[in-house]
Design a protein around this ligand. Structure first.
Ligand code: PLP
Length: 254
């Protein structure tokens, strides 16, 4: 039977990111997503235009009835949209202390749209980082989660919150031919390098965090799961297609 991944996230009608990205990536990598809707967005592959957070009682109800019936192997958190939603999710995650939690700290979109601002970043830091098994920020999100000066201090600062592992993406400089992802697993640091695929992609971060939660939910140790999720995500980008007018959509059946 497929392990179940409880996914908190937002609806992206294009399916490039958000809830559909979770469902596709998690299914294709061997687990099953159950989605708790936390926000509805109005967007396309060009921009995120509007975000409507879901009321806390609805997030609580959705979770309650799923948790009453199913055992959960991992939790994945994506778009939270505002502080109230963050606090609501944190309350639910705290009731599942044995379940690994993978957090994609969504604060800014790939196109640079602000998806919640400083208040959201501070709330994620305060309420969700301490509960996280792995977080998957990009450089901009890391910047917003920690005000420490240099990279090493930012990592130490994030770890001090209680967050166990950090998979930091998009650390390469823009002219580079390769894409480097840094991983801090406990005290160990590792770098993964992939050939850079040119272009812009909608939902690559969601694909990475979702596939990582799927592998961790299948009891694959964190470091190996990170490598497998990076390999999978690279392939989805390599096979992605231009369906809209701007960013390409990852092809998750690879
Ligand atoms: N919309 C939703 C619902 C998301 O979960 C995300 C995830 O990051 C985005 C938009 C932004 O996607 P991207 O960073 O690929 O532009």
């Amino acid at each position: 039977m497929r392990p179940i991944i409880l996914c908190f996230g937002g609806l992206d009608p294009t399916g490039g990111a958000g809830i559909q990205a979770d469902i596709e990536a998690i299914f294709q990598t061997g687990a099953k997503a159950m989605s708790i809707g936390c926000a509805i967005t109005a967007q396309n592959t060009k921009r995120v235009y509007k975000i409507k957070p879901i009321a806390p009682k609805w997030i609580a109800w959705q979770s309650q009835y799923v948790l009453e019936e199913f055992d959960i192997s991992a939790i994945k958190i994506g778009m939270c949209a505002n502080k109230t939603v963050v606090k609501t999710i944190a309350k639910i995650v705290k009731t599942l202390p044995q379940v690994p939690m993978i957090l994609d700290p969504i604060i800014t979109s790939g196109m640079g749209d602000d998806l919640g601002g400083t208040e959201l970043a501070l709330a994620i830091r305060k309420y969700l980082l301490p509960l996280s098994t792995v977080i998957t920020p990009n450089m901009i999100e890391l910047q917003k989660l920690s005000s420490a000066e240099v990279l090493e201090n930012k990592i130490a600062d994030i770890k001090n919150t209680g967050c166990k592992n950090i998979l930091l993406t998009a650390t390469d400089s823009s002219g580079s031919k390769s894409k480097v992802t840094h991983y801090w697993f406990g005290k160990e640091q590792k770098s993964f390098t992939y050939p850079k695929i040119s272009g812009a992609y909608h939902g690559s971060g969601c694909t990475l965090a979702a596939s990582l939660s799927s592998f961790i939910g299948q009891k694959i140790p964190c470091k190996k799961a990170a490598k497998m999720a990076l390999n999978y995500t690279w392939r989805t980008i390599d096979k992605s297609c231009i369906m809209g007018r701007q960013q390409q959509l990852p092809e998750r059946k690879v």
